[in-house]
Design a protein around this ligand. Structure first.
Ligand code: ATP
Ligand code: MG
Length: 446
């Protein structure tokens, strides 16, 4: 027997039973992004490795340990994107989008690749909903980006989510902070992990982000970045807090957040939940004013976030927040005998052209087997197409939920079906209801 080939470790398949819900989720996020003036951008799955080395940073875990990097047949080193911001910034620069009216605001759904130890909420191929805003240095932009993420969680009625914010300053104030950190961690040289020892020289701030229990315990006593902010960074942070207050968006200041990517400056933030175990950060982001210049462009302030789609789904599940099921077929046309298969196909074709989700027999099954199939697929209406119906130019529509039937001329079938579906949708909890109304109904109404 052939060996069954399974999916690679740390990847996941989205089967049809789930994909409808995921699509719904994505379409809601897309709508929210549009409400805030963000437009979709799509960039390649792989980029020149150099982009991430420079953009994400040599001393980060992502670049040091997690990237899927390989040489292609042309001997170029390429890397599957571990995150979405660097590619987006590259495209912004490469296409001269800085010449467009600023700020330019983009969103994306993207797959990301990181060689990590797979566990709940941590995969090797995962997906992000990300937004990036290029061109504004004002903390109002940070607040707008944070507010967008918050709208998403509100829309689905997510509870018990903390917004934690911090400022990690600019390169100017960070110099003093880094040297204070170096002095502090020097005292623990014999206890720090291998990786952190190398970070001590090159980028001691990264030690604050180490996941090893020993290092994170030592990190608790380390100097706090907020004590080292320069006046401009301090003002920026104060104003951000004022904007969040104005938006009535509760937050806590967590001075230990530094984020795992080197491009961040000033604002960093996370939305954290205790409902989904150790991998509780559902959304992480911040400001990255230095990235565009790092990639060879002129200075351009920017900020954004990445929201983990798998973690978002875990969160919705954990909190019992249901998403609408995939849309049901609206009509199943059952040919009474195999000889009528082509008449049924033709009728189905006509209804599809009119926009109805229509199924018919493509397996030569008996009428009884067809009805069983239509039932399993939860078709809303069925009609049996026999010699008599064709001769009389009539059809009998059966509502599969109520068992009620209704006769119509074949020529008027689309109109009648439209009316019946509309009546069905208007009924409480109606099957064809507007998806957003359905979301509210599913979750107890608001
Ligand atoms: P963590 O601290 O959990 O490793 P991170 O700081 O590396 O997260 P970011 O690079 O900021 O994460 O990515 C943004 C979001 O993407 C995270 O908040 C999380 O929701 C999601 N994410 C990151 N890595 C993974 C992964 N390996 N599997 C699933 N989701 C992930
Ligand atoms: Mg990580």
């Amino acid at each position: 027997m052939a060996v069954l080939i399974t999916k690679p470790k740390g990847t996941a398949d989205v089967l049809p039973a789930q994909s409808g819900r995921l699509r719904f989720l994505e379409s809601r996020l897309q709508t929210e992004a549009a409400l805030f003036g963000f437009q979709e951008i799509r960039t390649p799955v792989f980029e020149h490795t150099e982009l991430f080395r420079r953009g994400v940073g040599e001393t980060t875990d992502v670049v040091q340990k997690e990237m899927y990097t390989f040489e292609d047949n042309g001997r170029r080193s390429v890397t599957l994107r571990p995150e979405g911001t660097a590619g987006c910034a590259r495209a912004f620069l490469e296409h001269g989008l800085f010449n467009e009216p600023l700020p330019q605001k983009y969103y994306y759904f993207t797959s990301c690749y990181r060689y990590e130890k797979p566990q709940a909420g941590r995969l090797r191929e995962f997906h992000q909903f990300g937004v990036e805003a290029f061109g504004s240095a004002s903390p109002a932009q940070d607040a707008e980006v944070i507010s967008l993420a918050n709208h998403v969680f509100d829309l689905f009625g997510v509870k018990d989510l903390r917004l934690e914010i911090n400022s990690i300053g600019c390169p100017k104030c960070r110099r003093d902070f880094q040297s204070a950190l170096r002095t502090y961690f020097e005292g623990y040289k014999d206890q720090l992990c291998e990786t952190c020892l190398s970070r001590l020289e090159r980028n001691p701030m990264r030690i604050l982000d180490c996941k090893s229990p020993v290092c994170s315990e030592i990190a608790k006593g380390a100097p706090k970045v907020l004590d080292y902010l320069c006046e401009e960074c301090e003002t920026h942070f104060t104003q951000l807090k004022q904007y969040l207050d104005a938006l009535e968006l509760p937050y806590t200041v967590n001075p230990t957040i530094v984020r795992g990517l080197d491009y961040y400056t000033r604002t960093v933030f996370e939305f954290v939940s205790d409902s989904i175990g150790a991998q509780g950060t559902v959304c992480g982001g911040g400001r990255y004013d230095g990235l565009i210049a790092e990639l060879g462009g002129a200075d351009c302030p920017a900020c954004g976030f990445g929201m983990g789609m798998e973690r978002l789904q875990l969160l919705l599940e954990a909190q019992g927040i249901a998403l609408p099921e995939p849309e049901r077929p609206e009509l199943y046309i059952a040919p009474a005998s195999p000889a009528l298969a082509s008449a049924a196909l033709k009728l189905a074709d006509r209804l599809r052209a009119e926009g109805f989700r229509t199924l018919t027999d493509v397996s030569g099954r008996s009428l009884k087997a067809q009805m069983k199939y239509a039932n399993k697929l939860r078709a809303l209406f069925t009609t049996v197409l026999g010699e008599d119906e064709i001769a009389a130019g009539k059809a009998k529509l059966k509502n599969m939920d109520t068992g009620e039937t209704c006769e119509t001329a074949l020529a008027e079938l689309p109109d009648v079906l439209m009316r019946l579906l509309a009546a069905d949708a208007a009924a409480p909890g109606g099957t064809a209801a507007d998806p957003l109304k359905k979301l509210v109904l599913l979750n107890g109404g608001k």
